[in-house]
Design a protein around this ligand. Structure first.
Ligand code: HEM
Length: 427
């Protein structure tokens, strides 16, 4: 949305938007750094009317601000640290192997729907610790519930109320009550589990978490938090994966190099490719903040209560930060231990930085590795798919279409046995 304006007006400009009023749009890395590093006394992520926290509930990270937000992040972050997320790797492998076993050979299909199923299953198992009937129930409940969140967040409170079974508020609350009931049963099972301390899923860790003064997180807040995690983490990661397929089919030389690298047990080019996909096809177009006081930002003075939009897409299109920015060239990241902070910002930054960044990166890495190991993607010279905004994530407009062939015989559809049999040596 802001990319054409960025090309015309540069990295900073002001816009008037229905939802925000007047907003300052920024993308220059120095200003991005100033905003992300500012104290929460000066700049905060906006909460309240028109924001997703309204739909997630008062116990969601997205509804909290100031010290409450910092305290909650301290409790929620540990299960998402790089080392900890490695313990979810086998779940991702299971899901990818199960999913690609059903992909048709030699016939074009959209990869976005299977990626959505896969990332949903990963979150429900890794984050909710759900298996069996609870997993089945959540698989049916979560997709419609998540689709309702965006519209519900922007509805004025009177419209959002339960005005009958067919009203948007009524439907939402019905789904939300069922979701809460399943989460309540998962919490009860976790509390009764004598091996709770050995469990790795996020729900089990949230049930055991204690604040500095020894307080547990209230159960209602755990439900709000789990809804936040599944809604923030499932469509975004699947969009990143569908874009990966879309890009690779249009870069056959890179596709061959990546396949050779996987066969040789390497990963450097694959990681660089994931960074470049997230740079050139921003899954989230931007993120927002609001000034709490009058502040100086670069050459400007912003009055109190000014909306700031950090345009991720414009930041990633900067020629200064990324020479030949329009080209898809993962080699720009080969040899780097990480992309430049504040120039490469697909996961935002500062106290609201995406808590699922390490999990998303690992999911993309494991999925790409298994797809390249098992499948041959047919390249295409069709034009790149257009960006389509689904309300939260921006996805490939034609669903990230692919044509695939199996490389070494058919993968078994029995995920449990095939994941063990086909697990590569480097795992
Ligand atoms: C490719 C995948 C993903 C992308 C591109 C992405 C991107 C983002 C961005 C841009 C933000 C806003 C950060 C800010 O305002 O500074 C965010 C926040 C968030 N993300 Fe992600 N995300 C992804 C995957 C995930 C996953 C897998 C999870 C968890 C399972 C997750 C959970 C969250 C949460 C809870 C927040 C709110 C953090 C807070 O406000 O304190 N995300 N994400």
């Amino acid at each position: 949305m802001f990319a054409p304006l960025g090309r015309r007006y540069g990295s900073e400009f002001t816009v008037n938007l229905a939802l925000f009023g007047q907003a300052v749009v920024i993308s220059d890395p120095i200003l991005v750094k100033d905003v992300f590093s500012a104290s929460t006394d000066l700049i905060e992520r906006p909460t309240g009317a028109g924001h997703l926290g309204e739909a997630f509930g008062p116990g969601s990270l997205c509804s909290l601000a100031g010290d409450e937000l910092l305290a909650r992040r301290k409790l929620v972050l540990p299960p998402f640290h790089g080392k900890r997320v490695r313990s979810y790797e086998h779940i991702i492998e299971d899901e990818v192997v199960r999913e690609i076993a059903n992909w048709p050979e030699g016939r074009e299909f959209k990869t976005l729907p299977p990626m959505m199923r896969m990332t949903l299953n990963v979150i429900l198992r890794a984050v909710f610790g759900a298996e069996g009937p609870a997993l089945d129930e959540l698989r049916g409940l979560v997709p419609p519930l998540v689709t309702m969140l965006g519209p519900i967040a922007v509805m004025p409170p009177p419209v959002r109320r339960d005005l009958g079974p067919w009203s948007p508020g009524g439907r939402f609350l019905r789904y939300r009550r069922r979701f809460d009931a399943v989460v309540d049963s998962l919490i009860a099972v976790a509390r009764a589990d004598p091996a709770l301390e050995e469990r790795n899923d996020v729900l089990a860790l949230l049930v055991q978490a204690r604040s500095d003064n020894g307080e547990p997180i209230p159960d209602r807040h755990i439900a709000d938090e789990l809804l936040t995690l599944v809604a923030s983490g499932h469509e975004t990661t699947s969009a990143g994966l569908a874009w990966t397929v879309e890009r690779l089919r249009r870069h056959p030389a890179l596709l061959s190099r990546l396949t050779e690298e996987v066969d040789a047990g390497g990963s450097e080019l694959r990681q660089a490719t994931i960074w470049e996909v997230l740079r050139t096809r921003s899954v989230l177009e931007g993120t927002t903040r609001r000034t709490k006081k009058r502040i100086r930002l670069g050459d400007w003075v912003l009055p109190e209560d000014t909306a700031i939009i950090l345009s991720i897409r414009t930041a990633h299109a900067s020629e200064e930060s990324f020479p030949d920015a329009a080209s898809f060239n993962p080699d720009r990241f080969v040899g780097a231990s990480a992309p430049k902070p504040f120039a490469w910002i697909p996961f935002g930054g500062g106290v609201n930085r995406c808590i699922g960044a390490a999990l998303a990166n690992m999911e993309m890495d494991v999925t790409l590795r298994i797809m390249l190991r098992e499948l041959r993607f047919e390249p295409t010279d069709a034009p790149g798919e257009r960006r389509y905004w689904r309300g939260v994530a921006t996805v490939p407009g034609r669903g990230g279409r692919a044509v695939v062939y199996r490389r070494k015989g058919k993968v078994s559809s029995d995920a449990d046995s095939s994941s063990v049999a086909t697990r590569p040596a480097e795992l």
